[in-house]
Design a protein. Structure first.
Length: 227
């Protein structure tokens, strides 16, 4: 039947809403994952062995399970768990959007944890001892001396992980959340224009991720020069 790109033009408002949700989910998961990932990294490096082992177990578990499986588990099993805990007559609905936010934060925290752990360990031990010599405790040394330098060193890697996160958000399509890919899929099935819609989505993802990767490489070169 030939390509009909007019369907893309006509569907741009709906696609834009899906794209906005994708960006919002990416930003929320990145901020939440970075926050909890930093706490996990500090826990993994703690001298308190039970805390370090607990954090290591969580990170290894999350890094060993496919993200789509975590999405399915949380979406389908968590309502049953909550029903068993609360004793409700029916499983309380969590919803696709809430499932996506919670799952992505929990999942990405494990990956951000390993990035931040590498960043913290890249700081010379002499600076840690110097902070202790000034009278700072562990948390003050981390917050005022170690973490600012670790964040600066790990910015390119953190941004690269965020780009990967932006791509992974397309998996919320499997729980019927209307992200960018989900919006395109619904339009494709409605109008029987799968080739046009999926090709458009692929082009958008490629262009955005390529440009962002190029900017990250430039930033990495600048940080290397500053060092």
């Amino acid at each position: 039947m030939g390509f009909d790109f007019q369907v893309i033009v006509d569907s741009l408002p709906f696609l834009w809403k899906g794209f906005q949700y994708t960006v919002q989910l990416t930003a929320t998961a990145a901020v939440g994952g970075l926050f909890f990932g930093t706490l996990l990294a500090m826990a993994r490096l703690s001298s308190f062995k039970p805390l370090a082992m607990l954090a290591a177990g969580y990170v290894n578990l999350m890094r060993s399970i496919p993200l789509v499986l975590v999405l399915f588990w949380f979406f389908f099993l968590m309502p049953l768990v909550l029903q068993g805990i609360t004793g409700a007559e029916r499983p309380p609905p969590i919803g696709a959007e809430r499932t996506a936010i919670i799952t992505f934060i929990l999942f990405e925290a494990a990956y951000f944890c390993e990035i931040m752990r590498a960043g913290i360990q890249s700081i010379a031990r002499g600076q840690v001892h110097a902070a202790y010599a000034l009278g700072l405790n562990y948390w003050q040394a981390m917050g005022n001396v170690i973490l600012p330098q670790a964040f600066r060193n790990m910015v390119p890697v953190l941004l690269t992980q965020t780009i990967i996160l932006f791509q992974d958000t397309s998996l919320v399509y499997v729980i019927s959340a209307t992200d960018f890919l989900g919006a395109a899929s619904k339009i494709a099935q409605r109008d029987s224009r799968l080739v046009e819609m999926y090709l458009f989505v692929a082009v958008v993802y490629f262009v955005l991720c390529y440009l962002l990767s190029w900017l990250v490489k430039g930033l990495q070169r600048r940080i290397a020069v500053i060092r």
